[in-house]
Design a protein. Structure first.
Length: 404
């Protein structure tokens, strides 16, 4: 029987890591992530978790410890937020390039300068091209389930996984969630086994300086150069989507939860207009969608993106083929261009026959209030926009909540 709890999102994440059997935890405190790793340290100190907690002097060191642990064949975990994630940037690339299976929770927060301790997605967005798989959770139950599934995904495809959830909206709020039985989790998540674990009895040369061109190793077997290695990472990240769907199907059979591992639609079956969003913002739209349908007669739905990297190009483009308009609301952007999710979506739709009218809305940066009435009005106006307006005459990004 599963345990039913009401607690914070950070506690939900910590309890999921405990269930996953992580053996090395290394972290440096940063708001709003700190209570997550504090909870893990408490569990370890109380003897409720058989793991080593390594207190380090920086986020860069935290990920370095996890890289060492994973290389030695030990299941490792860390967590961070905002500038802490940026401080890890060099190590993010290294972990992905070394194909080390590990999981990190990122409690999303705005990036300085100027300093902000409040939520947006710019930290994760800024690191989207480091080679990590990026997943987004919308509530506490998804934090638990996504974290458990993330360990299995990382260890099957040998690519590190970043589980993102919104600071304060989820990290510090209390919601109900269920924890599966520990024995059931052990059956779902086998013990960590790394093929290239460091072993003095079986020496290997790993991550040495790699020449541009392929060459034979000491056994006469041709090995890829730098470009070939990067090509393999790219291709296998794309294949990871199918593995993620298989993992979710198994999880759903065992625990009766899941079913939408990549895209989570709400009232999209007959929708003429679809909102695309990530994290809690997607959940906030549920009531708005219901109001627009009931009060305005507009057939609107919302599509929550659960997996941002690898980007589910074909799946999301196919899901939007019957839509007249798509409205992308996001809490991050590519400065000097447009919203990062919006740009990815436009690229995905380009080869397809139906390219719905697109709108981009930037909201909630640095914790700016995302007022439900603002979302309601902007979405209603976007749905009713004159179709005769040419795309090149449309403002690519609309900012909601500016106070200048």
């Amino acid at each position: 029987m599963s345990d039913k709890l009401i607690n914070s999102g950070n506690t939900a994440a910590a309890l999921a890591v405990q269930l996953a059997g992580a053996e090395v935890i290394a972290a440096y405190p940063i708001t709003p992530q700190t209570p997550l790793t504090e909870k893990l340290s408490e569990l370890i100190a109380a003897g409720k978790m058989a793991a080593e907690y390594v207190a380090v002097e920086s986020e860069h060191s935290a990920l370095g410890v996890c890289i060492g642990a994973a290389s030695a064949g030990v299941r490792s975990f860390t967590a961070t937020s905002s500038n802490g994630l940026l401080y890890m940037s060099e190590q993010l690339h290294w972990a992905a390039g070394a194909r080390l299976p590990m999981v990190m929770c990122v409690v999303n927060r705005g990036v300085g300068a100027p300093w902000s301790v409040w939520n947006d997605h710019q930290d994760a967005i800024s690191q989207r091209d480091t080679g990590w798989i990026q997943l987004f959770a919308k509530d506490h139950q998804e934090i638990v389930d996504t974290t458990l599934k993330a360990f299995r995904l990382a260890e099957l495809v040998h690519i590190p996984v970043m589980v993102n959830y919104d600071g304060y909206y989820l990290s510090h709020t209390y919601m109900p969630f269920e924890l599966p039985e520990a024995e059931a989790v052990k059956a779902f998540l086998p013990p960590y086994s790394y093929l290239h674990a460091l072993d003095p009895g079986r020496p290997e040369s790993l991550n040495t300086v790699t020449l541009p061109d392929a060459r034979n190793d000491i056994n006469g077997v041709k090995q890829g150069g730098y470009m070939d290695i990067r090509h393999n990472l790219h291709q296998e990240m794309r294949l990871a989507m199918e593995v993620w769907e298989e993992i979710d199907a198994d999880f759903r059979q065992r625990f009766s939860r899941g079913g939408t591992p990549i895209l989570d639609p709400y009232r999209c079956e007959d929708a003429d207009f679809v909102v695309v969003a990530m994290g809690t913002l997607a959940n906030q739209f549920h009531d708005i969608i219901d109001r627009l349908r009931q009060d305005e007669g507009l057939k609107v739905g919302v599509l929550a993106l659960q997996m941002y990297r690898p980007f589910p190009t074909d799946r999301i483009a196919a899901a939007l083929q019957s839509a007249k308009g798509v409205m992308v609301y996001e809490k991050g952007l590519s400065y000097g261009n447009q919203g990062a999710l919006y740009a990815d979506l436009k690229s995905a739709l380009y080869p397809y026959p139906n390219r719905p009218r697109l709108h981009n809305f930037i909201v909630g940066l640095g914790g700016r209030d995302i007022r439900t009435d603002d979302l309601f009005q902007t979405l209603k106006e976007a749905c009713r926009q004159d179709d005769s307006v040419a795309p090149e005459q449309q403002d690519p990004s609309h900012w909601i909540g500016l106070q200048l």
